[in-house]
Design a protein around this ligand. Sequence first.
Ligand code: 5GP
Length: 192
Amino acid sequence: MKGEGKLLVFSAPSGSGKTTIVRWLLAKEELNLEFSISATSRQPREGEKHGVDYYFLSLHDFKQHIKDEDFLEWEEVYRDNFYGTLKSEVERIWSHGKHVIFDIDVVGGLDIKKLFPEKTLAVFVKPPSIEELKIRLKKRKTETDERINMRIAKASIELATAPQFDHIIENNNLEVALDEAYGLVSDFILDK
Ligand code: 5GP
């Protein structure tokens, strides 16, 4: 895959605030970012739209894309819930002359860093604590208790991968985290 753009990976356990950070960065026009819409086999949550939040695919179609080697990276994040980045998505964004920003899971994030070590800035967003993560996930009210527990169990494993990222942002205070994220991204894009 060829392109002039850069890749900005934001990975974190779900509930750590990375989506808020990514959305905020996207609104900064001077950064020239476009969101990589992932494909997933999970069901849309209320309000989520196909082609905006995700490309919602059937399990069958997702598996077909795996066979056809259409993914840059893919993963079964939770059982039967597949997530992945389509090569065509990155190409689409680069063809607009923009940089790609990813809101993806730690394994996928590190896979992208491995594929494009020079072009990628990999940032890990760290939640204040596992306890706080639990509170945030409960507040969100989008998941059953069972699914929240599944996410919490995964979060502990994910926290252990933080040192493999280029930078760790501790999201204790959102203002500070946003400032830090802005600095990292703008320096990387401008090659400082
Ligand atoms: P959610 O179901 O809450 O939208 O996402 C569940 C997890 O899947 C999150 O950690 C999210 O970052 C991750 N995820 C979303 N898109 C991708 C992707 O394209 N690849 C990988 N590896 N993980 C993803």
